[in-house]
Design a protein around this ligand. Structure first.
Ligand code: NAP
Ligand code: MG
Length: 506
């Protein structure tokens, strides 16, 4: 069978984004060709704004993953890895960044279409992020180097930072293009080849990227994209005997499966970027306007569907009432609607399944005795929109205080001392991120040091940088992405010892 294809006419989309038709193959991308899945399986793609099925993509099984891994292995040995000069890897990553920039409007439109996020967010977070990440890691490609180690007069040792080999990557749906790039860019810059599985809900931008990857001139087999379901294609990656490392972003629940499968198969290396329930602490000496704006942004950005969402807000008792009043107004002022309209901040949740999961958490919050201070209902008569929601009177052991909701829902609680704030903030199995607002520099640094989180923002929230590492403490993950720190997870260090004059001890 020939592979499926996708066609969409953006000419009638509201707002002022991309104008034109998107048309591309939605087969699996293996060896620089779009091919059908061996078993001919398909996944339907739904536009969360309209609820309509807008296309189909191929669904890989274990057999397809196996073919992709063979392609990646051959590419690693023949055309990439230590075979492609680092300057060539740099050139290709930069060329891909150029092509993404040239196609930014279409990619943003596709991202908003399949995910439901505001067009402006798709453009800023995913597409601009992609260009930045590609260029950042392109810059590293020819700067990967080992060390010379002086052992003694008769011996010299040096290290090589070699690519690991074939890397399997599994990503979620909340930042489809951003996650795709944050995974492939460091892997490719360091000379690995890739087999990557996008989310079943949002595979379109990754597939469109494959056309650009081919156009950029990457050798065949270097990047292979296997769209499919987690429990088939994803599981096949995690347990494959010829994949040397698996990099996973998603829930802590599935992260455990991936780590188990890696251990049970070939003990492949594992890095995990998992969930969060991040605290945002507002001290009594905070700049209130600033704290209110960032706290709302931290809770609602990307429809609340961010691993770093500042979903637990802790406020000092002296300013609690004032903060809550201003925060409520800010949350109310957010524009909700069609992602393609220019002033939309919050679009629909990604799918009906996920919408129901969030609404269920809201019901649990009510049932367990928390107070709905704002929202708590579907927004509008139809569509997957949820009102920005604030819960007060939330106790430490309530489900909505403990579990990741991944929607526009925030819980608020009071504290009365710095010690109590730190204790409440750290009272979670997660440790992805944290925010704090204060004008006292000593308090800021002292509290930042005590927070058990991979990222701490002081006087802002969610403002990450491509050259700073990102990753989790505790059950939020293992390893770091972005920044120089990402490189160590994509290289294997080899020590080479050179004897000049020593004799063996026997
Ligand atoms: P998920 O359900 O864990 O899925 C993530 C990916 O894993 C998807 O591609 C999924 O396939 C796949 N998968 C499912 N079961 C699998 C299995 N048994 N073996 C291998 N792969 C499997 O997460 P999600 O709902 O897509 O994303 C939301 C979660 O991601 C949240 O917890 C969020 O915090 C986390 N996240 C973390 C970060 C970070 O950097 N720390 C960033 C973004 C998101 P399907 O396509 O079939 O679902
Ligand atoms: Mg899932």
């Amino acid at each position: 069978m020939s592979p499926p294809s996708f066609e969409f006419d953006f000419n009638s989309a509201p707002g002022g984004g991309f104008r034109g038709r998107s048309f591309f193959s939605t087969g699996l991308f293996i060896n620089n060709e779009f091919v059908d899945a061996v078993d001919g399986n398909r996944i339907g793609i739904v536009n969360p704004t309209s609820g309509k099925t807008i296309g189909i993509v191929a669904a890989a099984t274990e057999k397809d993953v196996d073919i992709a891994v063979r392609a990646a292995r051959e590419a690693f040995e023949q055309r990439w890895g230590m075979k492609a000069p680092p300057t060539e890897r740099r050139r290709l990553l930069n060329r891909l960044a150029d092509l993404v920039a040239e196609n930014a409007d279409e990619l943003s439109a596709l991202e908003a279409l399949e995910n439901g996020k505001a067009l402006i967010a798709a453009k800023m977070m995913d597409v601009e992020g992609t260009i930045g990440i590609l260029r950042y890691f392109a810059g590293w490609a020819d700067k990967i180097q080992g060390k010379t180690i002086e052992v003694n007069d008769s011996k010299l040792a040096y290290t090589r930072h070699e690519p690991i080999g074939v890397v399997g990557q599994i990503i979620p749906w909340n930042l489809p293009l951003g996650m795709f790039t944050v995974k492939i860019a460091p892997a490719l810059a360091t000379g690995n080849t890739v087999v990557i599985k996008p989310s079943e809900w949002t595979p379109l931008t990754a597939i469109r990227m494959c056309e650009l990857i081919k156009e950029a001139g990457f050798p065949k087999g270097v990047i292979n994209v296997v769209t499919g379901y987690g429990d088939t294609a994803g599981a096949a990656i995690a347990s494959h005997m010829d994949i040397d490392k698996v990099a996973f972003t998603g829930s802590s629940l599935v992260g455990r499966h991936v780590m188990k499968a890696a251990a049970a198969s070939n003990l492949k290396r594992v890095t995990l970027e998992l969930g969060g329930k991040s605290p945002n602490i507002i001290f009594q000496d905070a700049d209130l306007d600033r704290a209110v704006s960032w706290a709302a942004f931290g809770a609602l950005a990307n429809q609340g569907q961010l691993c770093i969402a500042g979903s637990r807000v802790f406020v000092h008792e002296d300013i609690y009432d004032k903060f809550l009043a201003a925060f409520t107004e800010k949350m109310k002022s957010v524009r909700i609607g069609d992602p393609f309209l220019p002033d939309t901040f919050q679009g629909p949740q990604v799918t009906e399944t996920h919408f129901n999961r969030i609404m269920n958490y809201i019901e649990i919050g009510k049932r367990e005795g928390a107070t709905v201070h704002l929202g708590g209902e579907r927004y509008g008569a139809e569509g997957l929109y949820i009102q920005p929601t604030i819960f007060t009177d939330v106790k430490a052991d309530m489900t909505i205080m403990k579990e990741e909701i991944f929607g526009p829902v925030v819980v608020i609680a009071k504290f009365s001392s710095d010690e109590e704030a730190v204790r409440m903030a750290n009272d979670t199995v997660y440790g992805l991120a944290a925010g704090l607002f204060t004008c006292d520099v000593s308090r800021a640094i002292s509290v930042a040091n005590q927070l058990k989180a991979g990222t701490v923002w002081i006087n802002c929230y969610g403002a990450s940088s491509l050259n700073a590492p990102f990753g989790g403490y505790k059950q939020s993950g293992i390893g770091r992405e972005l920044g120089e720190y990402a490189l160590e997870h994509y290289t294997a260090v080899k020590a080479v010892h050179i004897n000049m004059s020593a004799s063996p001890p026997i």
